[in-house]
Design a protein around this ligand. Sequence first.
Ligand code: PMP
Length: 514
Amino acid sequence: MNITLDPQSKTPVYLQIKQAVVENIQQGKLALGARLPATRELAKELGVNRSTVTMAYDELIADGIVESFVGRGSFVARRHLMETLQGNLFGKMRGHNAPKKMAWEGMFSERADSIAIESLLDLYQVSTLRDVISFSGSFPDASSFPTREFRNSLHFAERALGDEVYRYGPAAGYERLREYLASRMASAGAEVTAEEILITSGSQQALDLIARALISPGDTVIIENPTYPGAMTAFTLAGARLVGVPVDEHGLRVEVVEQIVKLKRPKLIYVVPSFQNPTGSCLSWERRLQLLAVAQEHNIPIVEDDYGSHLRFEGDALPHLKTQDVTDHVIYVSNFSKSLLPGLRIGWCAAAKPVISRLTALKQNSDITTSPLLQSALWDFCRRKRYEVHLEKVRPIYRTRRDRVVKLLGEAFPDGTTWAVPQGGLFLWVKMPAALDTTELLYQSRQQGVVFSRGHLFYVDNPERNTLRLSYGHVSLEQIESGLRVIGSTAKAMLARSTSRTAEKFRTHTVPLV
Ligand code: PMP
């Protein structure tokens, strides 16, 4: 610690000592928790009276800058030091006002301020409420998690692979997991090698990387309408203009895509061919081929988001777009979040090598790599065929839950409600009578302890406000039964009120009969 006293100064000597201690702290010469010299020692060193040093220390203690302990001495305080230095001391010693809190309003980038972020947060906030029966979020059934088997794989990964799993792994992912995924895709008919696979932290990261790799501000992206909000946010935040294309019971309306492609020259097409989120529909075989043909003719990449084809519990599976993609137009994205454990945060992306190398560089910049420990444990879990066993176990559970939802929709929901029955996946899309706004319905159901995803969050534009998505994957049969009865009766009561209001309007406004 350096202390130089100025005998000519008008500042009393004890305050000069105090100020010098503060400056030593600010300059890092005295660390937090450092011991100050004993008063006797310092007085001797500075050639001043010991009581002068004691006064200086007392002031420092009073300001919370120094802590004193009987028999141990005085130390630079650890807690609240910066606040004390800035607030009390600078204010008092230099005549400044205490500093104001950082004003964050207006500091955020246009991206962070964009409304798109809010809709995704909205979706996840409703889905993580704990004190309710929640049909929101598309989560797998937690009671079926293969925790014991996965724990065994974690132990194996640790024991067999040693400290390798605790290092930063390769950015593109754990080699053996990439090989496993490539062979799995090959057995499904897609010609993909391990070098054409990038492991990502969930498929949301894959979408974000793809958006950043391919989209420049102002580019057009063709997307289903309604669609998965996380895809909307990923593309919008990269600066894309989204053009929504309607979805029917056979999936994306590819004939509309064809028309738009001619007008807008889109940069990419995003599609969820299996159990589309949120409608649950599957893209028909004819449309799959038609979509590939459009992409090939106009040189447009297709992002195929296959979050859930492995969750089919009835009907015939259709091959992925990637299996038909001999021309490298398809960037395939998938994950283990819906079919196994969302908390693993492991997904992957399969595409031509130039795409994978760009995405890998971007990923490295974003999070360096996905946890090697979890990747290697997942590889072990899969190679022991535990993944297939798990899928066999959960599919019938989801079918039973879907059936129960369908039964309740028929029994408890208002007349005029329609829905499509999905052959797999974790949710079901419902259209209520047109007079019913599901945001209001959500609000009222929430008061009674039941929530769902209101439909308008899934729309790119022209939202149908009478829609909602009911996720059943994580909801028990008892909860489905009681929760859907609450939503149904609340909806009926809302409709009855709106009908009586309309009747009232007719009574008070006489309409000429022409
Ligand atoms: N795509 C779709 C269609 C989804 O529904 C989701 C998650 N709800 C994701 C991607 C993101 O999945 P992950 O948890 O693997 O990031």
